[in-house]
Design a protein around this ligand. Structure first.
Ligand SMILES: Nc1nc2c(c(=O)[nH]1)N[C@@H](CN(C=O)c1ccc(C(=O)N[C@@H](CCC(=O)O)C(=O)O)cc1)CN2
Length: 286
């Protein structure tokens, strides 16, 4: 049976350390970091993730403002909110919860956030910084995956890493982060032929495909490290599940993450880290 790496446990440790750090800020800087979250509509997943973000802020001592709007809001009205937050000197981080309603262009809204307040690391400036190895904000889920690998002391250099999924939010940035740590990286996607042959070569397998229980035992090399990024509903049970068939894969992998309790809690924890980083840069500029 593989060792289960608990993202939840790591998140608790990191949040404890951040709480201590933030408790020194009022004396040093006169205030604590301030994260503004914009939630449009009432998608149940988004409502629950935003609640998780509010809870994490309270736990760590970060100030949080959540701006809620119905999904009938126009793109111009949302843009006006983002612009106001950009100009508000008391705000260090801005996050627009995704997905946005269909009548909105998410890229247009994300691009409107000033890069120095883009705690999600989704703005083209921050994306480019990652690819050019320049200072910038790294997006939360890929950052959390790397922190999980380091927490479990997984060697990355020289290993074959296979990432299933090429999204801008997870697949592409985590591939770059693994490459920067000298892994040999392959990205699989919906048009990859003989995908099991490719994934079976992975020492480190990252599943970010968005398909419930997609990764089966025959897709995994004996002793591989398997990181599950999926947050899906099991079509049969309706329960939360990942992209990896945990029960089938757990006896083949050496290390594995679970859903829930794996990558998810580290996404929110890295958001808190990014908010503190943006705050500290903001304070340095003053
Ligand atoms: N602006 C953003 N929007 C979205 C992001 C993002 O990083 N920025 N990522 C996802 C949703 N997400 C955060 O927003 C997120 C997803 C899952 C979890 C999480 O903790 N999952 C738990 C299970 C939670 C549950 O019970 O439903 C787990 O895996 O243990 C946190 C954050 C899309 N939108």
């Amino acid at each position: 049976m593989a060792i289960v790496i608990s993202g939840k446990e790591l998140a608790t440790l990191r949040r404890g350390a951040m709480k201590e750090e933030v408790s020194t800020f009022t004396e040093k800087y006169g205030r604590v970091p301030h994260l503004a979250v914009v939630l449009v509509g009432e998608d149940p997943g988004s409502v629950s993730y935003v609640a998780g973000k509010e809870k994490a802020c309270i736990e760590i001592g970060i100030k949080n403002t959540t701006i809620r709007r119905p999904n009938t809001i126009s793109q111009d009205e949302l843009l006006a909110i983002v612009n106001e937050l950009n100009q508000d000197d008391s705000v260090d981080g801005i996050l627009v919860q995704l997905p946005l309603p269909k009548h909105m262009d998410s890229d247009f809204i994300i691009n409107a956030i000033v890069p120095e307040k883009d705690v999600d690391g989704f703005h083209p400036y921050n994306v480019a910084s990652l690819y050019l190895k320049q200072p910038g904000t790294v997006s939360c889920t890929p950052k959390g995956i790397m922190e999980i690998l380091d927490y479990a002391h997984i060697e990355i250099e020289g290993k074959r890493a296979v990432v299933i999924g090429r999204s801008n939010i997870v697949g592409m940035p985590v591939s770059k982060l693994l490459l920067d740590r000298n892994a040999t990286v392959t990205i699989c996607h919906s048009r990859t032929k003989n995908i099991s042959e490719v994934t079976s070569e992975a020492d480190i397998l990252i599943a970010a495909v968005g398909k419930p229980l997609f990764v089966k035992a025959d897709m995994v090399k004996e002793g591989a490290v398997v990181i599950d990024v999926g947050v899906n509903r099991n079509p049969e049970t309706g329960k939360l599940c990942g992209d990896v068939d945990f029960e089938a894969v757990k006896d083949k992998a050496s290390y594995i993450t679970k859903v829930p309790g794996g990558v998810g809690p580290m996404t929110i924890t890295c958001l808190m880290e990014n908010t503190i980083e943006c705050f500290l840069k903001h304070m340095e500029e003053k």
